[in-house]
Design a protein around this ligand. Structure first.
Ligand SMILES: O=c1ccn([C@H]2C[C@H](O)[C@@H](COP(=O)(O)OP(=O)(O)OP(=O)(O)O)O2)c(=O)[nH]1
Ligand SMILES: [Mg+2]
Length: 148
């Protein structure tokens, strides 16, 4: 698949996203800014990535996900929990960074702050019915099968 990408900030030109290994699912996104940014405990800031993508095909979307190390060790996750990039969006990729920890965290310019994953999407048509075909589970959910 070919993905159209626009460089909106020349600083990103030398540090374009790329797959770190053959099996990588995510492309790291960097914080494009001139100065370090301190995120206070509980604070959320919208951060530019210097990039725009245009997916074009409604059969795909992109997800912005936290980086595991930043999220687990430092509590730096996403203010929207997951970012969804529509296939018709052409604006700058923005990352909502949330410091859910008790400690201030400094984001350095060009630091890798999140990751982008391209995923397939299905847009179904709806068939309105009065009854579904019965299944063993039926409407049981939310822990109905117990814990062990
Ligand atoms: O983390 C994110 C999430 C979204 N977007 C962009 C791409 C997406 O296609 C657009 C709209 O996102 P979404 O539909 O999730 O937000 P909304 O609040 O519903 O805004 P809108 O009314 O523009 O759809 O914003 C980002 O750049 N980063
Ligand atoms: Mg929306």
């Amino acid at each position: 698949m070919k993905l159209q990408i626009k460089i909106l900030d020349p600083k990103i030109r030398e540090k374009m996203p790329s797959y770190a290994s053959l099996g990588s699912a995510g492309l790291d996104l960097r914080a494009v800014m001139d100065e370090p940014l301190v995120l206070q405990p509980g604070e959320t800031k919208l951060i530019k990535t210097g990039l725009a993508i245009y997916i074009g095909d409604p059969g795909y979307a992109a997800l912005i996900l936290p980086r595991s190390g930043l999220g687990h060790k430092h509590g730096i996750v996403l203010g929207n929990l997951v970012g969804l990039i529509d296939s018709d969006y052409q604006g700058e990729l923005m990352v909502s960074c949330w410091n859910r920890s008790q400690t201030p965290f400094t984001i350095e310019p060009m630091e890798r702050i999140a990751q982008l994953v391209i995923v397939p999407v299905v847009q179904p048509t709806f068939e309105v019915v009065d009854e579904f075909v019965a299944t063993e589970r039926g409407t049981d959910g939310f822990g109905s099968s117990g814990r062990h």
